[in-house]
Design a protein around this ligand. Structure first.
Ligand code: UDP
Length: 326
């Protein structure tokens, strides 16, 4: 039996990982620690939940010390790039200080395995695309910087206190659980696929394309969109890898194939079967032109094979979840 302490497990990605652990790992014991600022209690389909905040060391320490997990997974983050430009200190407080508190609590409670959610934003404007894990780390916005600092804290703590880690650098996560039990429930969003779908459903009168002068084939920014269920599956593979190999490592999480903003909009028009109003607008602060993962290390080392590697499937699952919930 394994005990999982899942920080931010009531949020979008965390709740999908909780679901998969609950379904696939026999006798797993799950405790979710979440402040419910963006998470939802009813998205936690397995285990128990305790309300607490990563900015509070005492709360973390008490919960970890009492539960004595075999491994900690950390999903608690602020994740909106433009918001991080406006509120950098809040981002460092949650994304960086939160990890400092978590590492201290783990060290003090004697827990030595951690899976951490990082981001492609640590690469900034990459010179080489697809981006390998050993590419230069030069984030161009406070969100990416807050996550890179957290990665550095984890690496140093690993050396000093023997904390074994798996760092996952997520590219653009989208979609919902195919059974539609859980999905992205952010009420206010800045992310492309939910905005496109809200526009298609008439929840928004129109949407904007942020930047049509990027150095890409159609002038709009390119991202590597990964289905949330494929991403959750990576966590399950990584859990096995950490327990079996005893090693620490870093992996990019994407498919290695990018889509432009215009391509995503066109795919959504096809999936939904409706046209909707799209305007061209200026570039958004902090947005790099192209982020596409080199995911060969992930596929090889963790023997991971994607199941939902199709932009229309990703959009379709997100759309059906939205229809069901709004
Ligand atoms: N984007 C856009 N219009 C929107 C929301 C996003 O053109 O209403 C663009 C955004 O500028 C970026 C891409 O879509 O180039 C993906 O943005 P998102 O916020 O989904 O993820 P990010 O890559 O910023 O984490």
């Amino acid at each position: 039996m394994k005990k999982f302490f899942i920080v931010g497990g009531a949020g979008y990605i965390g709740s999908h990982v909780v679901k998969l652990i609950g379904e696939q790992i026999k006798d797993a014991e799950i405790l979710v620690f979440d402040n419910l600022s963006n998470g939802h209690k009813d998205a936690v389909l397995y285990g128990n939940i305790i309300q607490g905040d990563v900015r509070n060391y005492e709360e973390l320490y008490k919960a970890i010390k009492k539960f004595k997990p075999d491994i900690v997974l950390d999903f608690a983050s602020l994740i909106i790039v433009p918001e991080s430009v406006e509120k950098p200190l809040e981002y460092y407080e949650v994304n960086t200080m939160g990890v400092l508190n978590l590492l201290k609590a783990m060290r003090d409670a004697g827990i030595y395995k951690l899976i951490f959610s990082s981001t492609a934003a640590v690469y900034g404007n990459p010179k080489k695309v697809p981006i390998p894990e050993d590419a230069p780390l030069k984030p161009i916005n406070p969100y990416g910087k807050s996550k890179l600092m957290a990665e550095e804290l984890i690496k140093d703590a690993s050396v000093a206190y023997s904390i074994q880690y798996g760092i996952l650098r997520y590219f653009n996560v989208a979609g919902a659980s195919p059974d539609l039990k859980i999905g992205d429930k952010h009420n206010t969003t800045s992310h492309l696929i939910p905005i496109v779908l809200q526009t298609a459903l008439g929840i928004r009168p129109k949407m904007q394309i942020y930047g049509t002068d990027y150095p890409t084939h159609d002038g709009t920014a390119i991202r590597d969109y990964i289905h949330v269920m494929d991403l959750a599956d990576i966590h399950l593979k990584l859990i096995d890898y950490l327990f079996e190999s005893g090693k620490s490592d870093i992996f990019n999480c994407g498919y290695g194939r990018g889509f432009s903003v215009k391509e995503v909009i066109n795919a959504a028009k096809k999936v939904v079967g409706k046209d909707f109003k799209v305007e061209n607008a200026n570039r958004r602060a902090g947005d790099p032109p192209i982020l596409v993962a080199d995911s060969s290390k992930l596929q090889k080392t963790l023997n991971w094979k994607p199941k939902y590697n199709n932009i229309e499937t990703i959009i379709e699952h997100a759309y059906k979840f939205m229809l069901k919930n709004f």
